[in-house]
Design a binder for this molecule. Sequence first.
Ligand code: CAA
Ligand code: NAP
Length: 246
Amino acid sequence: MAKKIALVTGAMGGLGTAICKSLSQSGFTVVANCLPNFPPKDEWLAKMKSEGFDIAVAEADVTDFDGCAAMVKKIESEIGPVDVLVNNAGITRDAMFKKMEKGQWDAVLSTNLDSVFNVTHQVLPGMADRGWGRVINISSVNGVKGQFGQANYSAAKAGILGFTKAIAAEVAKKGVTVNAIAPGYIGTDMVMAIKQEVRDSIVATIPMGRLGKPEEIGGLCSYLVSDLAGYMTGATLNINGGLHFC
Ligand code: CAA
Ligand code: NAP
């Protein structure tokens, strides 16, 4: 049987890399999205190859609807239809609200929330027509609980949760599940960019006393795309070391 195809957006960052590896180990053909002309793309691909992962690349800026449409058309013609989508691309532009500039709001909303519309719109009808599909949206603990200095990011990540539930209802009869993962603080560049003293004070509030590992999110994605997870849809999976119980 032909392998199913999984598209991961923002795939060359910390979580994206771990998700690509985990889905590849779970038997999927993985397509890694990155921004057009992403300079370290070849280096990333070579590293993946050296570790035994054969991963395809699809370039598009996820804030650009037409660019996402062109990316998915290219994947469909060169590799095949997308069976699994992980909406993972995201950025932070943290600032206290009184200091937050309109550009910081717009950048975070378009990269973290509009992107989810832009990419999902290209693949969801095909999944429903074929009677099987999985969409995983990467939200955040800070979308669930809100976070000081992240009005933009918390709003976008909370928006993802509403989107997930609405779309899950629309395709539940079609063999397609749509779920959100809300990770706590995971040790990637995004978290390492927080000022050390602020980061230390956040880690001190995590009951498990440590940052999460990207592999822990990759493993959860592998579960969600499995047939065993076929009855789970519209859910928010919290994976945060006890930082927030809900
Ligand atoms: N709760 C209450 N008060 C807080 C606070 C908090 N969580 N964080 C900071 N403050 C207070 C500070 O104590 C300080 O008070 P004083 O003026 O009385 O000294 C005041 O707010 C200003 O704080 P800063 O000096 O830090 O202000 P700043 O303008 O230099 O920085 C900030 C503001 C950029 C938002 C910075 O506080 C920060 O980086 N916070 C962390 C935000 C965060 O958690 N980002 C997560 C990024 S990773 C990610 O998003 C992944 C994910 O999904 C989990
Ligand atoms: P990361 O290492 O910074 O990775 C983010 C990736 O998204 C990067 O590869 C980035 O590419 C890409 N990207 C940004 N804008 C894009 C665009 N317009 N089009 C295509 N790709 C784009 O961060 P991460 O920690 O792995 O985060 C991955 C996701 O998890 C994000 O949605 C984040 O909000 C979420 N999350 C992270 C944590 C955490 O603690 N790390 C917790 C909860 C949720 P460039 O490098 O070229 O910009």
